[in-house]
Design a protein around this ligand. Structure first.
Ligand code: LMR
Length: 401
């Protein structure tokens, strides 16, 4: 029956984890998937999350189905976190939202909703490069995926002129995907002044902005500062779509807690949009999982846990920044690695786009048991005091050839 099914390639990101797990060398390092590790290279369960779980356990909660669009208090708190407590559409009760299967689910539900109801276009523009899963998510949602220039290999920074030119040339009312902060995979974000200019171009071309905010808190250590672009666009009068994830900033990876929202004209429009979001979701997975959204909601709803959580997000962001500095020093100082490595320090968020080529990344996997995505992206969180010297030495050897 399945004779015609061709073997598919491994996933460009999660396939790296599979290869890493199969390797038995004690020196092996996984810098593929963007998942935080502590200073000992171990997965990290936040204290605020543990406390929230204790509170939940003590309340002896049931395991009933959630509504199709999830835990209502959770989606409310999630939108507050993203849009800000003073957000005009939030106060006006005009943000349509639903709980989703983390950020990927939010993007997919958003993509499916736009494919069904956005009246003006079926085209979505993604930055080049973008997170590897964006293209299949939106293609499988029924949208046509195109690219806009984002990363300049020469400057290892933002190709701002290219970005503006491509958005100006996009057909009016196309959808444009924007990484709200901590761009994945490049670690390069626009400045606040550049965001304002992007907002102007989006307005001029009547583009529809769809924000992916998977790393709120990871870019600057502050959830408010990292929400700057989203809040700017809303205050500039754009109607936006937003995908949120609590995988990274609460370390709830496998709990699949996320949210999708759309700003709408008024509460009546919001209610209509929400009714259709439910109709998109019900045949896909009926309703979302319970535990992760309960944890996130417990943290977001308690001033004390919220404060503790913010401190932990800052702590994770700071450890990553300290690894950037150590890596830069080791590559340029100790190992005199040929090339310019300033971007290791200037890039932000969980990733660094190293500039390593596919043959170099292959050599690192084969010879040094170091795993990263083929585009040379490394998850900085996989580095720690025990493996950073070995990593720098191995990269240096790979670059020297
Ligand atoms: C990543 O880019 O590594 C993360 O977003 C995890 C994933 O699902 O790819």
């Amino acid at each position: 029956t399945w004779l015609n099914v061709p073997a598919g390639p491994p996933d460009p990101i999660l396939g790296v984890t599979e290869a890493f797990k199969a390797n038995k060398d004690p020196r092996k390092i996984n810098l593929g998937v963007g998942a935080y590790r502590d200073g000992d290279g171990k997965p990290y369960v936040l204290y605020s999350v543990r406390k929230a779980e204790d509170i939940l356990r003590a309340s002896n909660p049931d395991k009933e189905y959630l509504p199709i669009s999830g835990l209502p208090e959770f989606t409310k708190n999630a939108t507050k976190l993203a849009y800000g407590v003073d957000s005009v559409p939030l106060k006006a009760n005009s943000i349509a939202s639903t709980q989703t299967l983390s950020g990927t689910g939010a993007l997919r539900i958003g993509g499916a909703f736009l494919a069904r109801f956005y009246p003006h276009s079926k085209v979505i523009y993604l930055p080049v490069p973008s997170w590897g899963n964006h293209t299949p998510i939106f293609r499988d949602s029924g949208l046509e995926v195109r690219g806009y220039r984002y990363f300049d290999k020469k400057t290892v920074g933002l190709d701002f002129e290219g970005l503006k030119e491509d958005l100006k040339n996009a057909p009016e009312r196309s959808v444009v995907l924007l990484h709200a902060c901590a761009h994945n995979p490049t670690g390069v974000d626009p400045t606040p002044a550049q965001w304002k200019e992007i907002s102007d171009v989006v307005k001029e071309r009547k583009l529809f902005p769809f924000f992916d905010m998977a790393y709120q808190g990871f870019a600057s250590g502050s959830t408010d500062r990292d929400a700057h672009a989203v809040r700017l666009f809303v205050s500039e009068g754009h109607q936006i779509a937003l995908a949120q994830s609590f995988a990274k900033n609460m370390g709830l990876y496998g709990e699949r807690a996320g949210a999708f929202s759309l700003t709408t004209a008024d509460p009546e429009e919001k209610a209509r949009v929400e009714s259709q979001l439910k109709i998109v979701i019900r045949p896909m997975y009926s309703n979302p999982p319970l535990h992760g959204s309960r944890i996130a909601n417990t943290i977001l709803g308690s001033p004390e846990l919220y404060g503790e959580w913010e401190g932990e997000v800052r702590g994770m962001a700071e450890r990553i920044i300290s690894m950037r500095e150590r890596l830069y020093d080791a590559l340029t100082g100790t190992h005199k690695t040929p090339g310019e490595w300033g971007h290791i320090k200037s890039q932000i968020g969980m990733f660094s786009f190293t500039g390593l080529t596919p043959p170099q990344t292959e050599a690192l996997a084969k010879r040094a048991h170091i795993y990263m995505t083929a585009d040379g992206r490394i998850s900085m969180a996989g580095l720690n005091g025990n493996n950073i010297d070995y990593f720098a030495e191995s990269v240096s050897a790979a670059v020297k050839g």
